[in-house]
Design a protein around this ligand. Structure first.
Ligand code: HEC
Ligand code: HEC
Ligand code: HEC
Ligand code: HEC
Length: 263
């Protein structure tokens, strides 16, 4: 009798140990899922979640959904398309991503720690006031999120770094600001010196207009700087035949204050 009992507890012990080992390796997920990409890591490496349970709600806590998991793959075409969109739309005017860019807004290399992919998706789909609304299709947003996550996963963020600007959606903007008065009815801009300026969305968001990350929309793919801007304000149609914007006359003093705000 005694012997049988001991035999059973040993068996139960082995069984218990085996399941602990199995669960720790991520295969709690395998209770419900077929394995895939086994050679590339465990489920949790790529999808997060909790493998030590067979309750789906707990197992899927903080799960990285399939559509946001492409960032884990080397040479993913999804990530590649997302990177291209980041370049084309000048996200680096305001954000650091892949260790490059301006610091007017959140450092996107840190998002892997602080934000969930769905939150990033929502932030791009329904942007805050001073982030432009690019009106992307969902597939493009998913590509962008994957590219941001891929770059975040492969970049060591600088320790203790803080964003350059703290900006509020302030109702009372500086009345004296040339930008607010002369451009702000049609444009917005997030600026290092004065925070968010303007309220209009008829014209493009002009944040970091003179930086290398602003899309090269002047003339024949040139970068904006003070002379080109002067020409543009004098007569947009001379720069771009189809321009919608009417000329804006500024005194030399107003123009230099405008440059100060946009720098
Ligand atoms: C008790 C069963 C169960 C367990 C355990 C479980 N899953 Fe799932 N999982 C499901 C079911 C059912 C679906 C499909 C419906 C849904 O999305 O919730 C799913 C869907 C998924 C999806 C696709 C979701 C999407 O929309 O992209 C991923 C990825 C996933 N599971 C990963 C995991 C990982 C990783 C683990 C372990 C940490 C795990 N699952 C554990 C049942 C389970
Ligand atoms: C190297 C990263 C990686 C690993 C490891 C990984 N996945 Fe995935 N998973 C992905 C990617 C990327 C997708 C998106 C579709 C695709 O590429 O198949 C995905 C899609 C899924 C889906 C959605 C259904 C489907 O097949 O399209 C489920 C469910 C899922 N994974 C579960 C798991 C589970 C469970 C494990 C552990 C056995 C696991 N994954 C391991 C990257 C990974
Ligand atoms: C004009 C400046 C500007 C540009 C250009 C811009 N953003 Fe933003 N973005 C912001 C601001 C402001 C926020 C709000 C959070 C903050 O204050 O940093 C934000 C937030 C985000 C967030 C959420 C970050 C988080 O931690 O919650 C994501 C993701 C994001 N932007 C992606 C993009 C992408 C992708 C592009 C290019 C297609 C882009 N942004 C272009 C200003 C900008
Ligand atoms: C009445 C509305 C309005 C006002 C006021 C206005 N703009 Fe514009 N602006 C536009 C519109 C619309 C566009 C879109 C491009 C076009 O016209 O082809 C534009 C485009 C631009 C562009 C080109 C950006 C690009 O990437 O194509 C610049 C630069 C610019 N505006 C600067 C200014 C500045 C600086 C002021 C203030 C001194 C100003 N605008 C005032 C409506 C306005």
């Amino acid at each position: 009798m005694g012997i049988c009992f001991q035999f059973l507890t040993i068996l139960a012990g082995i069984f218990f140990l085996q399941s602990v080992i199995a669960l720790a390796g991520g295969s709690g997920c395998l209770k419900c899922h077929e394995p895939h990409y086994e050679d590339k890591g465990t489920c949790v490496n790529c999808h997060k979640g909790n493998p030590r349970t067979d309750r789906v709600s707990i197992a899927h806590h903080n799960l990285i959904l399939a559509r946001y998991a492409d960032f884990t793959m080397e040479r993913s075409p999804v990530v590649k398309r997302g990177r291209k969109l980041i370049e084309t739309f000048g996200c680096r005017r305001c954000h650091v991503t892949g260790a490059k860019g301006n610091r007017l807004a959140a450092n996107l290399d840190r998002v892997l720690v602080v934000a969930r992919p769905q939150k990033l998706f929502n932030a791009i789909k329904t942007p805050v006031l001073f982030m432009p609304n690019f009106c992307f299709k969902e597939t493009h947003i998913i590509e962008l999120v994957n590219a941001i996550l891929a770059q975040a996963a492969r970049t060591e963020p600088e320790a203790g770094e803080i964003p350059l600007v703290i900006h509020f959606e302030d109702e009372k903007q500086d009345e004296e600001s040339v930008f607010v008065k002369r451009c702000g009815s049609c444009h917005t801009a997030l600026t290092a010196r004065f925070g968010g300026l303007g309220k209009g969305n008829i014209g493009p968001n002009l944040s970091s207009l003179f930086s290398e990350y602003y899309p090269k929309t002047y003339g024949n793919k040139d970068q904006w700087s003070s002379e080109p801007l002067k020409k543009w304000l004098k007569n947009p149609r001379e720069v771009r035949k189809s321009a919608q914007m009417a000329p804006v006359k500024l005194t030399p003093d107003e123009f230099s204050r405008l440059l100060e705000a946009l720098l």
